[in-house]
Every structure is written in structure tokens, then in C-alpha cells.
Design a protein. Structure first.
Length: 161
């Protein structure tokens, strides 16, 4: 079952690369008592994710934060090494959280997993964005096509905030 507006996020631990190495971050640490924009992509370094989805959030970071958002995070079913390299190469390191959902635990728990084996990617996340307040989903935007980043993009999120 897919998570819905009004639902609480499941308790999961992500890995994230920092300047000091990998750290574990729980959903409670990231979302508890905060207003956070989370967007998910099918894979780090994939074309739509790297050329459209992520850059929109990096370019609009300050505008999103100015709307009363405390933090922004991107999630992908990749390991923390890949997410760290993506953060570094995109210029996003230290600007937003790059969450490694390495085993798709969170992605499956929220019902937003997609089998992209036909494209050689295996189980990945659907492309979506959500606004989370104190661990509860307030907005949820799921793309119909993994190759599109319109309803889940930064511009759409800014309009909704």
C-alpha cells in the first residue's frame, strides 16, 4: 500500500556520506519536529535525475527554505558511496541531504518501489516529492513516468508551499 497524505513515515535508518565519512540518519532525526521536503529519484547519475530533478532542487534551495522548510533531502536506492559521489559531483554536498536507501527498505515501506529490471536497474524508487511535517506526510506528488520530473520537481513543490 502506498503512503498517503496524513500518514506517518516508517522508522528507517538511512546512510549518508559526510566530510567525516558515512553517518546513519534515522527518519526521526531527519523529520522529527521539522518541515522537510523529500524527493526521490530512480537512481543517482541517471539522466532525468542528474539533468533535471536534482538541479531544480539545488537551484531553488533558498526559495524552498524561505517558505518555512527546514531541510531538503533526496533519496535513491543506491549505496552511500554512490550518493556521496553524486552529492560531490552535483555541487549539492552540504546543501541538501543525499540519502542512501541501499536496500530499498524505506522505499518499499512507503509503497513507492518500482521494478525497473527491464532497464537493467532492478528495484528502485518511483520518482516523487513530498512535504513532511514532524514525520507526517502533508503533500505527495508521484510521477506517472520515471522519465519525467514535472509534478515532483522543485517548481511544482514551490507552488504548493
Amino acid at each position: 500500500m502506498t503512503i498517503a497524505i496524513g500518514d506517518k513515515l516508517p522508522a528507517v535508518t538511512f546512510k549518508e556520506k559526510t566530510a567525516d565519512g558515512p553517518v546513519e540518519t534515522t527518519t526521526e532525526q531527519l523529520f522529527g519536529g521539522k518541515r522537510v521536503v523529500l524527493f526521490a529519484v530512480p537512481g543517482a547519475f541517471t539522466p532525468t535525475c542528474s539533468l533535471n530533478h536534482l538541479p531544480g532542487y539545488l537551484e531553488n534551495r533558498d526559495a524552498i527554505l524561505a517558505k518555512g522548510v527546514d531541510d531538503i533531502a533526496v533519496l535513491a536506492v543506491n549505496d552511500w558511496h554512490v550518493m556521496g559521489a553524486w552529492a560531490q559531483s552535483s555541487g549539492g554536498l552540504g546543501k541538501i541531504h543525499f540519502l542512501a536507501d541501499w536496500d530499498a527498505g524505506f522505499t518499499k515501506a512507503v509503497g513507492l518501489d518500482a521494478d525497473l529490471s527491464a532497464g537493467g536497474l532492478g528495484v528502485r524508487s518511483k520518482r516523487y516529492s513530498m512535504l513532511v511535517e514532524d514525520g507526517v506526510v502533508k503533500l505527495l506528488n508521484v510521477e506517472e513516468s520515471p522519465g519525467q520530473a514535472t509534478v515532483s520537481g522543485a517548481a511544482a513543490m514551490l507552488e504548493q508551499l
